[in-house]
Write a protein that binds this ligand. Structure first.
Ligand code: SF4
Length: 279
């Protein structure tokens, strides 16, 4: 079938850098390296790194030797605990995530009550929340009940959210009543470009495939945005999740992929779909 690709898709520079750092440190230490959490939200990449000796740990108490901090970053107390354990830290926190962390600290120093628009359980947000005291995390209009009315708020956003969602939440905070707000745009431009390309493509095709890990926030956001264009959209981890009914009666398929989806997953999917003839 005819398959079109988004003009921006797949690995971002933050993920590429984390992968390069992991490969370098594993080449120097074939005995094994620990990763605090999975290196990226992509099953295939995590499995490949596991074969190369990258061992995933989920708690600082398991850390020893060399520990990789993934692109999502960690709160300051985790770095402190790792240093106290005497481990060597390889910090692959994305520069844009570091920037968001620094902005949170600066806003708090300037006297603002910091508000992070993001998913509280997402690792990047969990880390960012650690860079100031009493940070409030909101992601839905109901969450805004936590905000004291009439405060001075310093607002940032999870890097992978859409500009529309961030703008809507800021508008609701103003509408609720506040003395002052300072909004700093911490959205990731890499993600925004992928979102804009996915929206454009979703409007041109009969069915959209969004490739990436089910845990990947930016991939989920891409799938939501494609579905909002009124196009049937599927979030798949790879060709193994494809089934023929998905393209039944469709002529043109669009493909995009999250910032943590490797190129080979995209190529395998596209090659197979191009060879496939829908009923
Ligand atoms: S999506 Fe953006 S913020 Fe996240 S790792 Fe990639 S470049 Fe960095």
């Amino acid at each position: 079938m005819e398959v079109k690709l988004a003009n921006k898709l797949g690995f971002c520079f933050g993920v590429e850098r984390a992968i390069e750092m992991a490969e370098r440190v594993l080449a120097q230490h074939p005995e094994g390296v620990y990763s605090l959490g999975e290196i990226i939200h992509n099953r295939q990449v995590v499995e490949e790194f596991s074969r190369k000796g990258l061992k995933v740990i989920n708690d600082v108490s398991q850390a020893k030797g060399i520990v990789l901090i993934r692109s999502h970053g960690e709160p300051p107390e985790v770095f402190e605990q790792l240093r106290n354990r005497g481990v060597e830290i390889v910090d692959a926190t994305c520069v844009l995530v570091k920037r968001a962390q620094q902005i949170v600290a600066n806003l708090a120093n300037e006297g603002y009550r910091v508000v992070v628009v993001g998913q509280a359980e997402h690792p990047e947000v969990r880390a960012v929340l650690g860079y100031a005291d009493d940070v409030i995390c909101v992601d839905t209009p109901e969450d805004l009940k936590q905000l004291p009315v009439g405060g001075r708020f310093g607002i940032v956003c999870q890097t992978t959210h859409s500009p529309e969602h961030f703008g809507k939440m800021v508008g609701l905070i103003v509408a609720r009543g506040c003395k002052e707000i300072k909004v700093v745009n911490t959205l990731c431009e890499e993600v925004r470009r992928r979102q804009a390309a996915a929206i454009k493509l979703a409007r041109e095709v009969d069915v959209m495939f969004v490739l990436g890990g089910k845990q990947s926030a930016n991939t989920r956001e891409l799938a939501n945005l494609c579905a909002k264009q009124g196009t049937t959209s599927y979030h798949l981890e790879g060709w193994e999740d494809f089934s023929p009914e998905m393209v039944s009666g469709k002529r043109i398929a669009g493909v995009t992929a999250g910032a943590s989806t490797p190129r080979w997953v995209i190529e395998e999917f596209v090659d197979n779909l191009r060879r496939f003839t829908p009923e």
